[in-house]
Design a binder for this molecule. Structure first.
Ligand code: ADP
Ligand code: MG
Length: 330
């Protein structure tokens, strides 16, 4: 109840930040250029002026549980009919995938959310609801159905039917041609999720060995078991790397991939900023990403943007860009 009140007063977009731990190869002997307080990130080398306020700042010691605990009430609010979007933003290598997917021994938000949904359903809401799951990748403006792909490395796109985004006059969005698989229990959902993850496209740049120049979206739809009516949608999104193009030294295909990601991320920022300012026109149509999410970002929806930063002095400029984005959408 308290959170609900808070959200109504504050608007429905919450911005969290998370800083990843140092990697062994990084020069951590220099003191951390960033200090983290509960709701504040300070960039020390830039003086007291550079302070960024967020709704919750997670430091280097934050655990997957810590992060999920803050997201949990928002996931649960899907049962009250709120569409939910959890978006992981940040430069490649800052922990977006760690936060969303996690690792085998320490799962991230997606699996924790699924577990939660099944727990809720089986404990209280008994058979009243059904869940379905879809996974898709937005790569260079193209949509790829990650659950329809055959598990054959040389035939990655042979199984791709065309997917189209249909905006209904009611304001809802339907994605035609996208696999929407019923999930019956957590174990089966995990298996399906792993299948989708394996189908993701990655390629390498100078910044990181396998950096992702695509957005990976997992959607869970909660339907009323009797009427089959959609109760709400939950989008869990691992966004493409936000790094600017100069530093990566990208050329050709990689450069195009980067440009495409940058365009869609700024389109996302524009949409959230327009929603916040309660503008009459919300520029959803400027990217596939914002078209897909258009019924889950606006009124009645609950949005969490988790911005990720590196702890390293070397990445400070990117960190400033990321925190500036966070400031804009908050
Ligand atoms: P991104 O998806 O933003 O490119 P990753 O999630 O792949 O970044 O993270 C890069 C590396 O750092 C991975 O090896 C990941 O396991 C590790 N890492 C990221 N965040 C954390 C964290 N909070 N705790 C431990 N390891 C992390
Ligand atoms: Mg990643």
């Amino acid at each position: 109840v308290a959170l609900d009140k808070l959200l109504d007063i504050k608007g429905s977009i919450r911005v969290f930040s998370r800083i990843r731990p140092f990697k062994s190869a990084e020069n951590w002997r220099n003191s951390l250029p960033i200090s983290v307080e509960t709701d504040k990130i300070k960039l020390k080398s830039l003086g007291s002026k550079k302070e960024f306020i967020v709704d919750r700042a997670f430091d280097q010691n934050s655990t997957q549980e810590d992060v999920y605990k803050e997201v949990q009430p928002i996931i649960k609010s899907a049962f009250d009919g709120h569409n939910v979007c959890v978006l992981a933003y940040g430069q490649t290598g800052t922990g977006k995938t760690y936060t969303m997917e996690g690792v085998r021994e320490n799962p991230g938000i997606v699996l924790r959310a699924m577990e939660e949904l099944f727990r809720e359903i089986t404990q209280e809401k008994c058979e009243k609801y059904t869940l379905t799951m879809s996974m898709l990748e937005v790569y260079m403006g193209n949509l790829k159905d990650l659950l329809a792909l055959k598990q054959h490395p040389l035939r990655m796109d042979s199984a791709n039917k065309s997917i189209s985004i249909m905006a209904r006059t009611s304001g809802t969005v339907e994605i035609e041609g996208l696999t929407d698989a019923e999930i019956m229990n957590f174990k089966q959902a995990t298996r399906l999720y792993n299948k989708g993850r394996r189908a993701r496209v990655t390629s390498s740049t100078n910044v990181n060995e396998t950096s992702s120049r695509s957005h990976c979206l997992t959607r869970i739809i909660i339907r009323d078991g009797e009427k089959g009516k959609v109760v709400s949608k939950i989008w869990l999104v691992d966004l493409g790397g936000s790094e600017r193009l100069l530093k990566t030294g990208a050329l050709g295909q990689t450069l195009d991939e980067g440009k495409s990601i940058n365009l869609s991320l700024s389109a996302l920022g524009d949409v959230i900023a327009a929603l916040k300012q309660k503008k009459h026109h919300i520029p959803y149509r400027n990217s596939k990403l914002t078209q897909l999410l258009s019924d889950s970002l606006g009124e009645g929806s609950r949005v969490v943007m988790i911005v990720h930063t590196s702890p390293s002095e070397d990445d400070l400029l990117e960190t400033i860009c990321t925190l500036t984005f966070a400031k804009r959408v908050r």
